[in-house]
Design a protein around this ligand. Structure first.
Ligand code: TMP
Length: 217
């Protein structure tokens, strides 16, 4: 099938607290986008580049290693700086649809609201790491904290999932606050039904954005 054209690349991010099903839904969405004839680049944070995947190991799977709140922030932003330069900007320049599991909103919600690092510090660093790049659309999958954590912890517990319940409750509330501040970009989808029903809602939001940037004809 010929690849369909867009007026510009489209940048879509998936966000949500632990166990919200974001990887399942972003993968399904990518399949849907390709089936429509568009080029889709699917990536994730932390990770998505060779150095980013190495840093991901440190952030999520290092044991008995002290990582301060600020070091954690720098490591997430280091990953971001790399993926923006190596993957996201070049793909958007080719007018692809880029789907990234997590991006800046995760840092504000986890390190900011969850970890209590001042939001103005995060904003400064994040602006440097992203060069000001913002998603065209962010899908926030909102799940009850305990339900999500239980689901996530079934696969084993990483360093972030291991943080306490109060931390994860602040993360969820932080995400919802960000969505209230930017309701046009961040679309909240409640995860309380079947995968099919949630995916239908995801596609509805994405189709609106694709229509906006579709080439005529
Ligand atoms: P995930 O790939 O399963 O979503 O795991 C990534 C973990 O890293 C998750 O617990 C959220 C966390 N995270 C942050 O704390 N800050 C960030 O900026 C990003 C991108 C992820």
């Amino acid at each position: 099938m010929a690849v369909k054209g867009l007026k510009k690349g489209v940048f879509i991010t998936f966000e949500g607290a632990e166990g919200c099903g974001k990887s399942t839904h972003s993968k399904l969405l990518c399949g849907h986008i390709e089936a429509m004839g568009y080029t889709c680049v699917h990536t994730r944070e932390p990770g998505g580049t060779s150095s980013g995947e190495l840093i991901r190991e440190v952030l999520l799977h290092s044991k008995d290693v002290e990582i301060s709140d600020l070091s954690e922030l720098f490591l997430f932003e280091a990953c971001r700086s790399q993926i923006v330069k190596e993957v996201i900007i070049p793909s958007l320049a080719k007018k692809a649809i880029v789907i990234c599991d997590r991006f800046s909103d995760a840092t504000f919600s986890y390190q900011g609201y969850g970890g209590k690092v001042p939001l103005n510090i995060i904003k400064k660093l994040d602006d440097v790491a992203t060069g000001g790049l913002k998603p065209d659309l962010t899908i926030l999958l909102d799940v009850d904290t305990l339900t999500g954590l239980r689901r996530a912890r079934r696969k084993g517990v990483d360093r972030m999932e291991n943080k306490d319940l109060a931390y994860h409750r602040r993360v969820r509330a932080g995400y919802l606050k960000l969505a209230k501040l930017d309701p046009k970009r961040i679309r909240v989808i409640k995860v309380d039904g079947s995968i099919e029903k949630t995916q239908e809602s995801v596609r509805r939001e994405v189709d609106i954005v694709i229509q906006r940037y579709k080439r005529a004809g």
